[in-house]
Design a protein. Structure first.
Length: 326
């Protein structure tokens, strides 16, 4: 369910107060100063994915400030990752001042003063979450606030792509999937911060390749387990979740995405088997670890451009089936 707010129906004189209330309610208490005589219409579309409060924000020029007064008043400790989509923003925190351009993302910390100036109409997607949910040292976090993570950096591009997909699919996640998706997103972000701070000592290519083969074999042998997760896989191989994600970075996908693709491929194959023609799509989905039939159907359509049932019917009309031998 999405929460939608728009100041477009309001008179220009009433927009400033309504917008200030909406921004502070969606994120944290903030001071907002409009940089145009009559505030342009603004909109916020918010969704919840696990610990992430996802918001699509669009409005006119403004200055947003988190002051010592507001920090002392509420004492909240939240982080916000913002993906800039239109217009540029000037962010200031921890002694840095950085321009964030479209395609880049940045972090801010509510426990310390910051300013964000947007001199033109803008659009961004933000991810707001409790500070304790991101397991990185304070000194590392302070070193990356108000800095630009750019799409030409491989690891930053992976993080940006994953967060973007989370935002697009936010309405399709149930509570369980939402928690897992959010945890993976923050693990990837923590891995990126570790990399930027030089804390990752990459293994040799031979060692990494051999480990990746073992991990993939473990995943394939456990695809039917709906509880298969990055944390469980990492524990089984005596590594951290961050190290696991680092292994898959060379594949250009996240661990969760690779698991889903493997499950979908096996479902696609099994749907053409003779017994699946009468046994039902849901049974095939459950066999390969999909708990929710509707979630499986959405994933299948996104991957192959048709529903599982349409895939079955196409196979049947072409006379294609896979016989099962004992």
């Amino acid at each position: 369910m999405s929460d939608v707010l728009s100041t477009a129906p309001l008179a220009a004189s009433a927009r400033a107060e309504r917008w200030h209330e909406a921004v502070s309610r969606t994120f944290i208490p903030l001071d907002v100063t409009f940089l145009e005589r009559e505030p342009s219409p603004g909109s916020i579309v918010g969704r919840r994915v696990g610990v992430l409060q996802v918001a699509h924000v669009e409005a006119g020029p403004q200055l947003v400030t988190r002051s010592r007064r507001l920090i002392a008043r509420d004492g909240q400790e939240f982080l916000t990752l913002s993906l800039q989509l239109r217009g540029s923003s000037l962010k200031e925190q921890d002694g840095r001042e950085t321009v964030i351009r479209p395609g880049e993302f940045s972090l801010s910390d509510s426990s310390r003063r910051f300013r964000k100036r947007l001199d033109e109409k803008f659009r961004f997607t933000s991810f707001h979450f409790p500070r304790q949910a991101l397991r990185v040292p304070d000194e590392d976090l302070r070193a990356v606030t108000a800095t630009a993570f750019r799409p030409d950096e491989a690891s930053a591009a992976l993080v940006s792509t994953y967060f973007t997909r989370v935002a697009r699919a936010a309405d399709s996640f149930d509570d369980t999937a939402g928690r897992q998706v959010a945890a993976t997103a923050l693990d990837l972000l923590a891995l990126l911060i570790d990399e930027r701070r030089g804390r990752l000592a990459p293994p040799s290519s031979e060692t990494a390749a051999a480990t990746l083969v073992r991990v993939k074999d473990h995943i394939v042998r456990n695809l039917s387990d709906p509880e298969l997760s990055p944390s469980g896989i990492a524990a089984a191989h005596f590594m951290s979740v961050r190290s696991l994600h680092q292994l898959f970075r060379s594949e250009g996908v996240t661990v969760g995405c690779w698991i889903r693709l493997q499950r979908l491929e096996r479902c696609r194959r099994d749907l053409l088997r003779a017994e699946a023609q009468s046994g039902g799509v849901a049974a095939v989905a459950r066999r390969w670890g999909f708990v929710s039939p509707s979630h499986f159907s959405r994933c299948f359509r996104a991957a192959y451009g048709m529903t599982p049932r349409e895939w079955q019917l196409d196979g049947a009309s072409d006379g294609v089936s896979i016989a099962v031998t004992v």
